[in-house]
Design a protein around this ligand. Structure first.
Ligand code: HEC
Length: 115
């Protein structure tokens, strides 16, 4: 009995310590890394982006972004929730559904805006 309690305590503590570490690691990622990471932005599944491999073509290639999105806020809004512009969009509402954090959206927006 005593042994099983200590094991579950160890598991709980390990989980508590591992979670913040993972969060810290994610916060340290660059906009490019977040965009390319399959478990986070996964933008390459649908968009061709310079430097990306095995890109999809469901969405338009993300090129000349500053020319097409002079206003960074408009670009951020598109990434935060694509369904505002196109209610039938298959692009995931990354901000509205909290798929990535607000600070990750800022980094992704800066990276995409630089393309
Ligand atoms: C499941 C497919 C899919 C994923 C994943 C996806 N998008 Fe999209 N995206 C689209 C489609 C389709 C469009 C075209 C407009 C629409 O239907 O909403 C689009 C449009 C855009 C646009 C507007 C482009 C233009 O020329 O008007 C931007 C910017 C954009 N996506 C950025 C991103 C970023 C950044 C990510 C990753 C964080 C991402 N997308 C992930 C499918 C996707």
């Amino acid at each position: 009995m005593k042994k099983s309690i200590s094991i579950s305590t160890v598991v709980t503590l390990a989980t508590l310590f591992m979670m913040p570490l993972e969060t810290i690691a994610k916060e340290a990622m660059t906009g490019k890394e977040i965009s390319f990471e399959r478990k986070l932005g996964n933008c390459l599944a649908c968009h061709a982006i310079a430097g990306g491999k095995q890109t999809g073509n469901i969405g338009p290639p993300l090129i000349a972004m500053k020319a097409r999105f002079p206003d960074r806020a408009v670009l951020r809004a598109q990434i935060w929730d694509a369904t505002i512009k196109n209610p039938n969009s298959i692009m995931l509402p990354f901000g509205r559904h909290k798929i990535i954090t607000e600070s990750q959206i800022d980094k992704v927006t800066d990276f995409i805006h630089s393309l």
